[in-house]
Structures are given as C-alpha cells and as structure tokens.
Unconditional design. Structure first.
Length: 64
C-alpha cells in the first residue's frame, strides 16, 4: 500500500545560455535530471553543469 507522494522529487535542470543565445556551437538545449528534498529546498535550484552544446560549464536552472 502506497503512502502518497514522497519527500524527494525529480527535477529537470536546463542550460540558461542555450535558451537565450542563438549563436552557439550546435542546436539544442542541455538538460539534466536530479532529485531534491521538497521540504528542505523549496526554492528553485541553480547548479553549474557542463553543457555539450555550449562546450563549457554554464548555469543550469530548475524548470517545471
């Protein structure tokens, strides 16, 4: 019997520079998936991850 929604949820992180910059190395948007604790972290997460489309480390923000 399931107890309902858990505390940890799966989130999607998307590159901020791919979305706004039309002059990039290749078309597409870099996305990563991760999990976060819904109770401890209520705000949206921003992490520095490698973007294969920009070919550098960029800020990835949580999207809905």
């Amino acid at each position: 019997m399931a107890k309902g929604k858990g505390v940890r949820i799966v989130i999607t992180l998307e590159c901020t520079e791919c979305r706004t910059n039309p002059d990039k190395r290749s078309p597409g948007v870099s996305r990563y998936t991760s999990t976060k604790n819904r109770r401890n972290t209520t705000a949206r997460i921003e992490l520095s991850k490698f973007c294969p489309h920009c070919n550098k480390h960029t800020v990835h923000k949580e999207i809905k």
